[in-house]
Ligand binder design. Structure first.
Ligand SMILES: Cc1ncc(COP(=O)(O)O)c(C=O)c1O
Length: 476
């Protein structure tokens, strides 16, 4: 600890020296870069704009970059060597090769044991050992979501979080239905787009950036039209805005009790309190790679008995084949009852990894897990405020506990800060909200980086943030 403080003090002095020079060196090319930037997560590759379905232009890497696993360094080679050496010196992440701490809002750092579970020898997806593992995984999910209602139904299907949107749109809505999408950032736009794909009419209720739609506005909207579903992004990963699910649920039950409440919990399940039964939620969608701490590749959904009944009562067939609960419901029920079943091949290795991640999570009370995420979040947010930075989510009640979004100082852009952080062994994410993407960065603090006391990822990230800001001339 003392050694780390000494290194930090030395680095801070060096950063202050450099900062004087930096102001003069800053060129307009860097700003052009920033204007081009929509979003991308940093790695040892050239700075490229992230292509999304909402991008107007496509950007591709040249063939030689693709062939070379390290790509052309975006840092000059001497800087890159220096950065890799410093990463190797400072980071010993258990048995994993030295690497920068991945502190983006998902995927996150993974525990050794979870990664080792991925190396399970091949086994039949219908054989008793795997069926046992899948059964336990589904049962553990009930505990994670805090549901003891036997009518609740977990689904674990190969895919990513996005497949959760498809499952909701294809199974719980029918062509021509109206749904209300509460908007707190990028991910509501995408969920709405997904509904429209299935011919479902999505109305978005928007709030200013960093805020969330207020209960009185939602009440007004719910009284104007009968909506089949209302959706809320528990934590919008583009803005770090946390929505209040319990109060929303009470409102929906009072004003529009027939409307099903759907929660996008991709960036919240595992780090934010979410009480499925108590809060009378009808479906939560999530994914493996964020606060659950398992590599990407699994779409995880918990549906209430009421949602399953609504699905069974539909008049039309789901407009998706792979995502249809008609196909998956008996499979999930069979697996949980330890009966071999087949609709489409699951990934045994990923299910093993999820089993390990859930076993670890449930080895302690969930309340402790949420408390440690809250405490870390407060520490991060205090440091960010002390550094003179503003958060997108300015009101404390809107602030997520698993991530922090911060505006950069005036005139500083993500391409100036992110390589500096990488040099110090941490990776943050650039902005994603398309209107302000060049003005802010995102810091994900969830999973083992927060819960494993052997890791110093968060402290190192905060020190690195201070130094990197000093490098670009930001004075506190
Ligand atoms: C809130 C939210 N919803 C949905 C998604 C989509 O998940 P995936 O990228 O795993 O498909 C994400 C991804 O980051 C997300 O953050």
């Amino acid at each position: 600890m003392r050694q780390r403080r000494k290194v930090f003090a030395l680095e801070l002095r060096r950063a202050r020296r450099v900062s004087g020079q930096h102001r003069q060196r800053k060129s307009s090319t860097q700003h052009k870069f920033a204007v081009l930037l929509i979003a991308r997560h940093l790695e040892q590759r050239p700075l490229l704009e992230l292509n999304t379905p909402f991008s107007t232009e496509r950007q591709s890497e040249k063939g030689d970059d693709i062939d070379d696993p390290l790509g052309k360094p975006h840092l000059r080679s001497s800087e890159q060597n220096e950065s890799l050496q410093s990463v190797q010196k400072t980071i010993k992440m258990s048995n994993q090769p030295p690497h920068p701490a991945l502190l983006i809002p998902g995927p996150v750092e993974f525990d050794d044991e979870v990664l080792q579970s991925m190396g399970h020898y091949s086994e039949a997806h219908t054989g008793p050992p795997f069926v046992q593992c899948f059964s336990e995984t589904l049962t553990m999910l009930r505990k994670l979501f805090q549901t003891s209602d036997p009518a609740s139904q977990p689904f674990v299907i190969s895919g990513s979080g996005t497949l959760g949107w498809d499952q909701i749109a294809a199974n719980l809505a029918e062509k021509g239905d109206e749904v209300l999408v509460l908007h707190t950032g990028y991910f509501a736009d995408s969920f709405a787009d997904c509904f429209e794909t299935y011919g479902v009419k999505a109305t978005q209720l928007k709030a200013p950036i960093g805020d969330r739609p207020q209960l009185d506005e939602i009440e007004k909207a719910l009284k104007e039209k009968q909506y089949k579903l209302i959706t809320v992004t528990h934590v919008d990963t583009s803005t770090g805005v946390l929505s209040e699910v319990e109060g929303l649920s009470k409102l929906v039950q009072r004003v529009s009790p027939e409307t099903l409440l759907i929660v996008d919990g991709v960036c919240s399940v595992g780090c934010e309190e979410l009480r499925f039964d108590d809060w009378k939620v009808d479906a939560v969608i999530t994914a493996s790679q964020k606060a659950i701490g398992c590599p990407a590749g699994l779409s995880i959904v918990m549906a209430s008995g009421r949602a399953i009944q609504r699905f069974k009562d539909r008049k039309t067939r789901p407009a998706s084949y792979f995502g249809s609960w008609q196909n998956w419901l008996p499979i999930m029920q069979n697996y949980e009852a330890k009966k071999a079943s087949y609709f489409a091949t699951p990934s045994p290795q990923l299910i093993h990894a999820l089993h390990t991640a859930l076993t670890q999570i449930l080895s302690k009370p969930l309340s402790e897990r949420f408390a440690v995420h809250r405490a870390t979040s407060q520490k991060v947010k205090k440091t960010v405020t002390d550094l003179g930075l503003k958060q997108l989510a300015s009101k404390p009640e809107n602030q997520a506990n698993g991530m922090t979004t911060m505006y950069l100082p005036e005139g500083v852009t993500p391409p100036e800060i992110l390589p500096n952080l990488l040099k110090r062994g941490v990776i943050f994410a650039a902005g994603l909200h398309k209107e302000i993407a060049t003005k802010y960065i995102r810091f994900g603090h969830m999973g083992v980086s927060v819960t494993d006391p052997k890791r110093d990822d968060i402290d190192r990230a905060l020190d690195s943030l201070k130094l990197s800001l000093a490098d670009v001339g930001h004075k506190v």
